[in-house]
Design a protein around this ligand. Structure first.
Ligand code: GLA
Length: 403
């Protein structure tokens, strides 16, 4: 969303730099630097399991080392005042009178406060500065990261009384009920519960989760941004979600065991086609087959079978393109180019779609070749400038203690 601050350089997120930046705009911080605290919340990539979260299926995201940090001094006056480190813009609200959304980045903070209050979590006021290395509107969950960083800064005892998964659900509530996006739990979950050096499998029905090892000795995760601005994302996202719910309701009307598309088996799909017509049938087929591909990807990773991972990610991408229809030509171009580079084990679009990024699992020695090929081929094909990020999988949100 263009209402959020642009991304900073990683050096701007260093604790010393953030303390100095806060002291420059907030006299209390300058007067008493010992009271400054810093929280962080990462963005995420999803390795596989796209649009399955709100259908109560499986997702496999990883939190990444592109993140949002807030340096702040706590206050007891109930006022929340934040400065965007990127633009210098100052925004504020009162915890006792949060009010309606304003159409600005402060909505993610105010919405989180609204949801924390609804959940009965005690909060404090603060004066702070936000700095982010996460590109916005890119499908890497900058809004979830801002919500989680806000939750850690606002809540009186984060991580103590409120466990990370509960914080993720509160932040999802902020997005659904205050910001107005009907998203599932994946983004907030990944930012809250990420595991360093691994991806995390979440069963979106039971909310059980566990880390899943990645072959990061030999390979690395590479995110490639299409450089295209997402358009119609929220409205198209909400349409897809409504189609999935309509499909589950249609089959559920004659089969009480079907509460969501999670309960639909491949054998039930022909009946689904009779009931809901071709478009909604294809949306359902994506969800049903994608849940299967998450499970198969877990098995393939455990077996070290990266050729199978590559086939599964390619099938996921094709299903998102042909059945779910959320793949832009730019995403397709990036995946096609990656497939021509030796050492790229797997590539697919990641996130909601309609623009944004691809995720690639790449041999460490092949990252430069992939970057060079994308830089050589993609701008000519699309007229756009891509951005390539080799990312690490990191732990979920919390306080920054170092330095
Ligand atoms: C967005 C949403 C998530 C999820 C993905 C698609 O990132 O916020 O809840 O639905 O799209 O997998």
């Amino acid at each position: 969303m263009s209402t959020r601050p642009p991304a900073a350089e990683p050096a701007d997120l260093a604790p010393g730099a953030m303390r100095a930046a806060l002291a420059a705009v907030e006299p209390r911080a300058a007067a008493d630097p010992g009271t400054i605290r810093i929280v962080r919340a990462p963005g995420r990539v999803n390795l596989i399991g796209e649009h399955t979260d709100y259908n109560l299926g499986f997702v496999l995201p990883a939190a990444i080392d592109l993140e949002i940090r807030i340096a702040f001094v706590p206050t007891d006056d109930g006022r929340v005042e934040l400065v965007s480190g990127a633009t210098g813009e100052r925004a504020r609200f009162d915890l006792n009178t949060i009010g309606q959304r304003r159409g600005s980045w402060i909505d993610y903070v105010a919405g989180t406060a609204w949801a924390l209050a609804e959940a009965g979590v005690a909060m404090r006021g603060l004066r702070g500065i936000i700095v982010s290395s996460l590109p916005t509107a890119s499908g890497l969950s900058s809004s979830a990261a801002l919500e989680l960083a806000s939750a850690w800064a606002l809540a009186d005892a984060p991580g103590g009384d409120v466990a990370p998964l509960a914080l993720a659900r509160i932040c999802q509530r902020a997005e659904n009920g205050y910001v107005g996006v009907n998203c599932g739990l994946m983004d907030q979950f990944a930012s809250a519960c990420g595991v360093a050096g691994a991806s995390v499998l979440l069963d979106c029905r039971s909310l059980d989760f566990r880390s899943v090892a990645l072959p990061l000795v030999t390979h690395t995760l590479v995110v490639i941004h299409t450089g295209s601005t997402r358009s119609l994302t929220t409205s198209q996202y909400n349409v897809r979600r409504a189609q999935c719910e309509a499909a589950a309701a249609a089959l559920g009307a004659e089969n009480p065991g079907v509460q969501s598309l999670r309960d639909v088996t491949p054998a039930m799909l022909p009946r689904m086609r009779d009931l809901v017509g071709d478009d909604v049938f294809r949306r359902s087929r994506h969800i049903v087959t994608e849940n299967g591909r998450v499970v198969e990807t877990i098995d393939a990773l455990a077996a070290g079978d990266l050729a199978a991972v590559g086939r599964l990610w390619a099938a996921s991408h094709a299903s998102l393109r042909d059945d779910f229809e959320v793949v832009s030509p730019e995403l397709d171009a990036l995946v096609e180019i990656a497939a021509t580079v030796p050492g790229v084990a797997a590539a697919r679009m990641t996130g909601a779609g309609f623009g944004g990024c691809t995720i690639n699992l790449v041999e460490r020695g092949a990252v430069d070749a992939l970057t060079d090929r994308v830089m050589a081929d993609y701008p000519g094909r699309t007229g756009l400038m891509p951005r390539v990020y080799a990312v690490d999988a990191v732990a979920g949100a919390g306080f920054v203690t170092e330095g």
